[in-house]
Design a protein around this ligand. Structure first.
Ligand code: ZN
Length: 216
């Protein structure tokens, strides 16, 4: 009898938990409400295009588009401090550190279409170094927002200065802008290159040359 009772009670318990989960799912969170409001806006946009938002293919598009846009701009919810937590190390390394060709996806704030490309980051440490994967995380935080390439380049450079106070930082971004490829001049192969040099990379021609040589 013992085992049977136990099994019953655990079943009842499981059922109860399942029930609670369902109830939780039905309670709209702040994010659900946000997605709902954004989906309403997408429905208006689609209607303005002359589309029928009730046709099969578009039924769930407003919600999907809202969630996609939130993903493309998730950098707004993240701070550099969270990322750097426990990833700054004391190290007497005083040679240039370069992280090359970090993949980057961002959104042009003028046309709300993507621009994407590669980011290279170099710094000359002064007692502190950064976990290597964290450089890519810094790129992610600033690129996953509405951006212009020039500002993105500067923000990454200044974040490194703030994090580890190096002797200098260089950031180079090479990107393709969908607003150039798909509209206007339609320059499919045009790449935009921006760079930001701070500290010794700006003041010392030798350091700058070393960086440019390593980038080639
Ligand atoms: Zn644009």
């Amino acid at each position: 009898m013992g085992p049977l009772v136990r099994r019953r009670s655990s079943l009842a318990h499981a059922k109860c938990m399942f029930h609670n989960d369902l109830e939780l799912d039905h309670r709209p969170t702040a994010k659900d409400k946000l997605v709902g409001r954004m989906a309403d806006s997408y429905r208006d946009l689609l209607t303005s295009l002359g589309e029928d938002v009730n046709r099969d293919g578009l039924l769930k598009t407003p919600e999907r588009a809202a969630k996609a846009l939130l993903y493309f701009t998730k950098g707004y919810d993240q701070t550099i401090q969270e990322v750097l937590n426990e990833a700054v190390f004391n190290e007497e390394h005083d040679e240039m550190v370069i992280v090359k060709e970090i993949e980057m996806f961002s959104m042009c704030e003028h046309h709300l279409v993507p621009f994407m490309g590669k980011v290279s980051v170099a710094y000359l440490p002064r007692g502190l170094v950064l976990g290597l994967s964290k450089v890519a995380r810094i790129v992610e935080i600033y690129s996953r927002r509405l951006q212009v390439q020039e500002r993105l380049t500067k923000q990454i450079a200044h974040a490194l200065i703030e994090a580890i106070n190096p002797s200098g930082v260089a950031v180079t971004i090479e990107a393709t802008h969908m607003c150039m490829v798909m509209r206007g001049v339609q320059k499919i192969n045009a790449k935009t290159v921006t760079s930001c040099m701070l500290g010794v990379f700006r003041d010392d021609p030798k350091t700058r040359e070393e960086y440019l040589a390593l980038m080639r």
